[in-house]
Design a protein around this ligand. Sequence first.
Ligand code: HEC
Ligand code: HEC
Ligand code: HEC
Ligand code: HEC
Ligand code: HEC
Ligand code: HEC
Ligand code: HEC
Ligand code: HEC
Length: 399
Amino acid sequence: MKRFPDIRRGPVLLLAILVWVSGLDARERAVEIRSRCYDCHLNPSPPQGTDRGPLIDESVFKASVHGSQRCENCHRSVISLPHEKDLPPVSCTDCHRVDNTVGAPKLRSYREYEQSVHGRLVAEGDPRAPRCQNCHGDHDILKPAESASHVNKLHIASTCGQCHFEVEKAYEASIHGKTLIEGNLAAPVCTDCHGEHDILRPGEEGSSVSRDQVVNTCAVCHEDIVKMKMFGLTTATVESYRESYHGVAYKFGSDATATCIECHGHHKILAPENPASPVNEANIPKTCGQKNCHKGAGPGFAKGKVHVSFEKTPEKYAREGRDRTFAKVFHIVELAFISLTTSVIFGMILYMALDLYDKWVRRKRRWILFLSVTTAPLALTFWIVWKVVLSFIGKLHGG
Ligand code: HEC
Ligand code: HEC
Ligand code: HEC
Ligand code: HEC
Ligand code: HEC
Ligand code: HEC
Ligand code: HEC
Ligand code: HEC
């Protein structure tokens, strides 16, 4: 079939040529603009008479994750030269979007930031709240794992502390802060307790430090056997809290009972043997007597252990230097009890096995069969009751 030339191709061709030409223009302009950024902002000896503005450190920029980006990729508002004096701040989310095609990591956390206390304040136009660059830096942005990154674990407290100065000071005086400053990364920084891009106000639902969540947040480490062993600490603190009167009331939703932070504080947490700790023996009456807790609490409150635990290491006892007799007696009673119940249970099982064998062989006395099947649950009940009695004694003693 014969084909006629399609006259619609004419304009299409023309358009393509135009796009190509204007593309050339834009590319040339980009090259020109970039080299001119260098003229003023990177060149220590700029052309005569140039008002060049602040100098940036090229070596720092080149070593950053964005070292291969062009200036105008971030400074999008510079579209012609000379440029305006007051430029709007760089918008990192031009590239750091979940659906970006420029090779920036695609993270859910960009969205989380928008929902966070900081992101919401920025959206409302609050000049005090952190944009991405307030935490990450500008030309010196590195991956978090690099030790010079502003968001590397070792620098997070001072990064947040630009704005939360008082909190930073309290944190640095705490046992957690001191341990981290010594370079031990097992201790928590701000973001271990609060999150990173998803930080919410403590009173908000979903916050990792809300009343609902705070015990779990402390438990991440204080229930971690390996981590606690490194410091001669026990994981029994969390377990004993959960079994305590406070812990049980908390589990059932009581708003009045104590969580970890009512007793220990939150930023300036100290070891109990430190005289400034709210759980130091001398301060216990005041700590327990706070707000609407145990009005008129006397020195008697300090007598027992809050966290009754048997796994405590001897070093820890030595550091505390108190109540060792009780803990030892308690320890012995528990050991005796465990061996007693274990031997009873195993005795029962052995008896049952022998008896069943006996019946298998002789096929008579069916009532014994019945009895032996029921003794196992009986022994178990007995053991549970004892466990409850034991924890009750502990509670009486721990207050
Ligand atoms: C002719 C010299 C010159 C050139 C070329 C130039 N600048 Fe500037 N720039 C300045 C001066 C002067 C200032 C300081 C303005 C002021 O007084 O706040 C400045 C400030 C800035 C600031 C800070 C603005 C603020 O609000 O504080 C940014 C960002 C910037 N320039 C980016 C660029 C980029 C990107 C390029 C290249 C596309 C570029 N500049 C090219 C002279 C120049
Ligand atoms: C990854 C994005 C990014 C790239 C790429 C980038 N900048 Fe910036 N630059 C920033 C941010 C962020 C700031 C802080 C101010 C802000 O938030 O807008 C800044 C600030 C500046 C300032 C003001 C510095 C001051 O001390 O006030 C200048 C000048 C500047 N940039 C020039 C450049 C030049 C020249 C290049 C290219 C060599 C470049 N920037 C590349 C993100 C970038
Ligand atoms: C022009 C696009 C663009 C802009 C704007 C931009 N970035 Fe990036 N960013 C990238 C790309 C691409 C990478 C990946 C670089 C690589 O892996 O080599 C990256 C990587 C990063 C990383 C390292 C991520 C990791 O762990 O691998 C961080 C952190 C980061 N950017 C933060 C920022 C911040 C903060 C801003 C705003 C000041 C910003 N970026 C602006 C494109 C951009
Ligand atoms: C309140 C401080 C803060 C703000 C604001 C913030 N970040 Fe972050 N960001 C962090 C911290 C802390 C980390 C380190 C996480 C880690 O240790 O893995 C991080 C990590 C990152 C990473 C690397 C993630 C990875 O797993 O490699 C990127 C990319 C990033 N942020 C981009 C952004 C962007 C884009 C914004 C703005 C939308 C932003 N951040 C806002 C604190 C912040
Ligand atoms: C650029 C300043 C800035 C930086 C950096 C910053 N914040 Fe904030 N932050 C704020 C402001 C402003 C508020 C709102 C304070 C208010 O309204 O009471 C806030 C609120 C908070 C809140 C809620 C406080 C409350 O009383 O409800 C927490 C928690 C918080 N920030 C933690 C952090 C952590 C953790 C970091 C570091 C990863 C950090 N912030 C970094 C400025 C900052
Ligand atoms: C061991 C966990 C932990 C660490 C580490 C921690 N916080 Fe907190 N933070 C909390 C808890 C829990 C609360 C809520 C207290 C409450 O409900 O009264 C809180 C509350 C806050 C508040 C609200 C105001 C206040 O003081 O109650 C800000 C702001 C804050 N933290 C910032 C930070 C910053 C910045 C750092 C790092 C320097 C940090 N936090 C380190 C657990 C922690
Ligand atoms: C990221 C892990 C981590 C988190 C989260 C954490 N801690 Fe710790 N905590 C530690 C480590 C590690 C030590 C041991 C530091 C040392 O002895 O040098 C410690 C020490 C302590 C001590 C002192 C123990 C002693 O006698 O030496 C107390 C009390 C304490 N933490 C309470 C809390 C409370 C309450 C929370 C929650 C608000 C919490 N911690 C959250 C890791 C954590
Ligand atoms: C009712 C107050 C109270 C509550 C609630 C509480 N503690 Fe304690 N905590 C104390 C006291 C008092 C001590 C001092 C030693 C003792 O009496 O057992 C202590 C000691 C500790 C120690 C040091 C233990 C050691 O071996 O030296 C850690 C760690 C600790 N608590 C963590 C926690 C955590 C985590 C929570 C929450 C799951 C919590 N505490 C809840 C009062 C409390």
